[in-house]
Ligand binder design. Structure first.
Ligand code: PEP
Length: 257
């Protein structure tokens, strides 16, 4: 069986930034204008929901848009929530789910699993975030990630498994974590192999697996190392995605490999 050629992913998580539509538009336009021709890389930007429509209207084939969360129910008495079907109306393709910042607000693996199923059911692509909060001497962190992957993907339609993107994001390495530490490309590589093992144990060896990307303080300086040696299909970029120069350099380096 020939190996399917897949593009590397560079996904921007803007989180709750920038604070105005004008700034969001300006950042997006600068990125669109300066993006090189892309053959090997898919660029996805996940802005706050409120800016999605505005950015969609800046028509470009170079960038796909995504959301940062969604809800599992289809409709009804869920104040403040947005369903997968409603996101589909915004013509986006990707949805980040289970980000550690949402988990810190109380989101559970069970809820994330329901959200993943809802997103897949409308044909969108979930970007499932998993990641250890800390590294311990007994290597319990492996088990922590294993439980996250297993529980979040529990009961998923196996035919849709390959649509999922898994972002390994060690919380201790995120740029916003207090007393953060640098994760290395070998940390990423090791966890990538481990996640693939969890997936093959759970779903069988003959399945096309989710793509696995890395996130945690990726910037224009370390991107080469992560892409070359991290064993990954791409990166999820937080802080550095809000700086057009840094983000464009991350894309340029990824495309050059
Ligand atoms: C994130 O929080 O998803 C992330 C990748 O953040 P940063 O790149 O800022 O560490």
């Amino acid at each position: 069986m020939s190996k399917k050629m897949t593009k590397k992913l560079v996904i921007a998580n803007w989180k709750m930034n920038p604070v105005s539509g004008k700034e969001a538009e300006s950042l997006f336009k600068t990125i669109v204008k300066n993006l090189p021709t892309l053959k090997n890389t898919e660029v996805i930007i996940c802005p706050p929901l409120i800016f999605l429509d505005k950015l969609f209207k800046i028509r470009t084939t170079k960038i796909k848009l995504g959301a940062q969360n969604s809800f599992w129910g289809e409709k009804g008495a869920f104040t403040g929530e947005i369903s997968a079907g409603m996101l589909e109306l915004l013509k986006i393709k990707y949805v980040i789910l289970g980000h550690s910042e949402r988990r810190a607000l109380g989101e559970t693996n069970l809820e994330i699993s329901k959200k993943i199923k809802a997103i897949l059911s409308v044909g969108l692509i979930p970007i499932l975030c998993v990641g250890d909060k800390e590294r311990d001497e007994n290597h319990e962190y492996f088990n922590f990630v294993k439980v996250q992957v297993e529980e979040c993907l529990n009961g998923i339609n196996k035919e849709l498994l390959s649509k999922v993107i898994i972002a390994y994001e060690p919380v201790w390495a995120l740029s916003t974590t207090e007393n953060r530490k640098n994760a290395s490309s070998s940390d990423s590589h090791e966890m990538n192999i481990f996640i693939k093992k969890i997936l093959t144990d759970k779903f069988g060896v003959n399945r096309e697996l989710p793509r696995i990307i890395y996130g945690g303080s990726v910037n224009e300086k370390n991107i080469l190392d992560f892409i070359m040696n991290g064993g990954i299909d791409g990166v999820l970029v937080g802080g550095a995605s809000l700086d057009s120069k840094k983000f464009l350099e991350i894309v340029r380096v990824t495309e050059s490999i």
